[in-house]
Design a binder for this molecule. Structure first.
Ligand SMILES: Nc1ncnc2c1ncn2[C@@H]1O[C@H](COP(=O)(O)OP(=O)(O)OP(=O)(O)O)[C@@H](O)[C@H]1O
Ligand SMILES: [Mg+2]
Length: 456
């Protein structure tokens, strides 16, 4: 437990430093000593120190300030001689953990040190968590609390620590690039480049020279040397989007780079080391691509060591709720709009729509609605959504946000049921599984006016 915990003891009386050193070493701590302020500051620079015990009269206050400036989590215990209580109180105000009057018993100081170290550990942990959190916020902005997203977060954390290749599969707009960012920026490669290539956006005949780079004069148009995207991604990460679009005759070359961790620029006479993590993403089935001869199977196995599958948004009701709230908040802030939220109908529309364009579409819809809404509420028309809806048919799938009140849910269920059957109350009652009289009383309770549509 105490392994690696280092205590610095500062006192000009050798008898005290000796006795305390012996005491703490016996307990399993590592101990450094200093007999005046300057040597204490040197020790602080040299080692990571978890706790300092210092005599007040040796510039204890100054040392304390230095310690705290360097590392907030390091605790300081002050030892005071007789009659210096008022100054000692000052040091606790300045952040000392405790002051202890001489003479004291060994058990006393051991206990205090243990308590101080516990606080130090808590502070260090919360600082680490906060840093982790800000980094996450800064780089990934991933929103979602569904089971699927939680599994994705866990996989990100797990693969970030390794160098394995990762394949991300999901429909367009589901957040594949955001996930790739999270992997890169959580990894030890975060400070290095993250190079992104969309294979379907590059002309086929250019892909090789773009990826591998080239030597001046190796072909017409090669006016100067070019390090290529592999070279650029060296030590960092490389995202290949739509890998199945890569020309089939180039795929063995890519496989060789991944296996040998070396590549050769076009027209070059020797090959170079290269070290990057490969992340591939795709929004179509790679099994089909293999079957159709567009993707080599051996390459597929190489790149799919870890596979992350992102389900479409319509299968992630919980995330939908969070994303709506977050995008709404974000765009209201960006466009300085003070709206009161969504009207009931608008909310219902958001939750019944199928979101074929996934999160990207949702984001655009909310942005446009926030911009265009006349307020105070965003109305269903402001969303300008097409007809694509979830479920449908005779087996409607309802999703209502947890914050919605029961009366509102009941009203929404009844109106939706009536809409589906063209205003036919008998059919609606049957669909809802309730007596017609009960439906009538609900209609009057909620003031629902039914318009009967003519049969077409
Ligand atoms: N979970 C999420 N949280 C917050 N924003 C998201 C999330 N998923 C996607 N987005 C946003 O949706 C948009 C599309 O995401 P992204 O570009 O990562 O999708 P993609 O899967 O790579 O799409 P494509 O297949 O079209 O390349 C981006 O603006 C992204 O910020
Ligand atoms: Mg993408």
């Amino acid at each position: 437990m105490k392994n690696g915990i280092r205590i610095l003891i500062v006192d000009d009386e050798a008898s005290i430093t000796d006795a305390l050193s012996r005491l703490f070493r016996l307990e399993g701590y590592e101990v450094e000593t200093a007999d005046h302020l300057e040597s204490a500051l040197v020790a602080l620079d040299r080692y990571p120190i978890d706790l300092v015990i210092t005599d007040l009269s040796l510039g204890g206050l100054e040392l304390l300030q230095n310690v705290k400036a360097k590392r907030q989590a390091t605790e300081v215990v002050i030892i005071t001689g007789y009659g210096s209580i008022p100054q000692a109180v000052e040091t606790t105000k300045a952040g000392a953990f405790y002051f202890l009057e001489k003479p004291f018993e060994p058990e006393q100081i051991l206990l205090i040190v243990e308590k101080a170290l516990e606080r130090s550990r808590l502070i260090a942990e919360s600082t680490k968590l906060r840093q982790h959190f800000t980094k996450r916020q800064q780089y990934s902005h991933l929103i979602g609390s569904s089971r699927a997203m939680q599994t994705i977060y866990e996989t990100i954390e797990h693969v970030a620590k390794t160098d394995t290749n990762v394949l991300i599969i999901g429909d367009s707009g589901t957040g594949k690039e955001l996930i790739a960012n999270a992997i890169h920026f959580h990894s030890r490669r975060a400070e290095e480049e993250f190079v992104k290539v969309n294979c379907s956006a590059l002309p086929k005949e250019l892909i090789e020279s773009e990826l591998f780079g080239y030597i001046k004069g190796s072909f017409t148009g090669a006016a100067q040397d070019r390090i290529g995207l592999f070279g650029q991604a060296h030590k960092g990460s490389l995202l290949l989007d739509e890998l199945a679009e890569m020309p089939i005759d180039l795929q063995p070359k890519l496989l060789r780079v991944l296996e040998e961790r070396r590549y050769r620029r076009v027209g070059d006479s020797f090959s170079r080391d290269v070290d990057f993590r490969l992340i591939c993403s795709t929004n179509r089935s790679l099994h089909d691509a293999i079957k159709n001869g567009l993707l080599r199977e051996d390459l597929y196995y190489r790149i799919s060591t870890i596979t992350i599958t992102v389900p479409p948004l319509r299968e992630r009701g919980e995330d939908l709720q969070l994303l709506i709230e977050e995008f709404y908040r974000r765009f209201c802030e960006r466009y300085e709009r003070t709206l009161k939220g969504f009207s009931q109908a608008a909310y219902q529309r958001l939750f019944s729509y199928a979101w074929p364009g996934n999160v990207r579409e949702l984001q655009n819809v909310i942005e446009r609605a926030v911009l265009l809404s006349k307020g105070p509420y965003i109305e269903a028309v402001d969303l300008q959504l097409g007809t694509s809806s979830r479920g449908g048919g005779l087996n409607p799938e309802f999703y209502y946000p947890p914050s919605m009140k029961w009366d509102d849910i009941e009203r929404a269920v009844i109106t939706t049921a009536l809409e589906r059957v063209g205003g036919n109350k008998k059919a609606a009652a049957r669909a809802l599984g309730i007596q017609r009289t009960r439906l009538y009383s609900k209609l009057s309770k909620y003031n629902i006016v039914v318009e009967r549509k003519r049969k077409q």
